[in-house]
Design a protein. Structure first.
Length: 347
């Protein structure tokens, strides 16, 4: 509109003899609202048409240059905005893919952690079982050792009594004064054995019988006592062998438990470290997901804003260009009219 007003001022100096030109401008005015200022041309006096033609031509060229510059600026700006939108779309797509990948990794990591925790729980249970087994083994071994000690002490008492009574009975039987011995020493020996082994002990009962029978019967009893002594000696030897074997088995089992405990303990430590590492990985992964979600939200907002800005910029450019093109067309019509009038005036 400013250009139209300037044009009105420029053509204000057309001479009165250009009545034909003024009528044409008036007609142009009637068909184009932007030329309302041309009403003043009917009152113009003096001036040179050639100067008006030149000035209108300059104005027309300036308006075209302005439009060209605006077109170039629009092309540059809209290209930049288009590239920005494409870049934001790529960023958004990459962030979306990364979030999906990270979520998949997080899901896998959670499964791994569950498996590792189950493994750790199983190892803990195995270690507890081993500890309980070792404790039970030690208690059983202690009980067996105490029982062995008690049996051997009892066997030793029986053996000592037999070693004492058998020679004396043998002497009493074969001694010419044996009858006196059988009546005196036997009673003392029987009482001693009863005190050491107990009144109801089989050996004590058997020895007591020697005081009630004759020499031949006592000999048979001596033979039985010797058989018992040999059996006790054999039994004590077996007890020693069994005790030795029990100790070996006990130590071997303890060693096996210790080896298993060491292996389970190492596995426990490795599993614990893996859980710690995987937990740290999970923390880092969750932090990254938080950042990705934040960047996704910001990128989506920026993409929306950029698209809206481009739409507004495109719309403003379209309006601006339409208005300027209309003005250029109007000025072009004015220029053609004035130029034709000038050419006719020269003729």
């Amino acid at each position: 509109m400013k250009a139209i007003l300037i044009l009105g001022l420029l053509v204000f100096g057309i001479t009165a003899e250009s009545l034909f030109c003024l009528r044409k401008l008036k007609q142009l005015k009637q068909s184009t609202l932007n030329f309302t200022f041309l009403l003043d041309l009917e009152l113009s006096q003096g001036g040179k048409v050639s100067e008006v033609v030149s000035l209108v031509g300059d104005l027309l060229e300036q308006m075209k240059r302005d439009q060209l510059n605006d077109d170039l600026e629009y092309a540059h700006r809209t290209t930049t905005l288009g590239l920005d939108i494409e870049w934001l779309i790529i960023v958004l797509r990459n962030l979306t893919k990364e979030r999906q990948d990270k979520n998949n990794q997080l899901s896998e990591l959670n499964q791994i952690l569950v498996g590792l925790q189950l493994q750790l729980d199983a190892l803990t249970e195995q270690l507890n079982i081993l500890n309980g087994k070792e404790e039970q083994l030690r208690q059983t071994r202690a009980q067996e050792a105490a029982s062995y000690q008690a049996r051997q002490e009892n066997n030793s008492k029986v053996l000592a009594a037999l070693n004492e009574i058998i020679p004396k009975l043998q002497v009493a039987v074969f001694d010419q004064e044996g009858k006196s011995l059988l009546q005196t020493e036997q009673f003392e020996i029987v009482e001693k054995i009863k005190r050491e082994l107990g009144h109801n002990h089989p050996v004590a009962i058997m020895v007591a019988l020697t005081t009630k029978f004759d020499v031949s019967t006592v000999k048979r009893i001596i033979d039985k006592l010797e058989h018992i002594r040999n059996a006790v000696i054999s039994l004590m030897k077996q007890e020693d062998e069994q005790e030795t074997q029990s100790q070996i088995t006990f130590q071997t089992t303890l060693q096996e438990i210790a080896e298993l405990r060491e292996r389970f303990s190492k596995d426990f430590e490795v599993t614990s470290q893996l859980i710690k590492k995987r937990t740290n990985d999970k923390v880092l992964l969750e932090k990254r997901l938080t950042i990705i979600n934040r960047d996704l939200s910001l990128t989506e907002q920026l993409l929306i804003q950029t698209r809206e800005y481009k739409e507004q910029y495109d719309a403003a450019y379209a309006v601006r260009k339409g208005k300027r093109i209309s003005e250029i067309k109007t000025v072009q019509q004015a220029y053609d009219l004035v130029d034709n009038h000038a050419k006719k005036h020269k003729q």
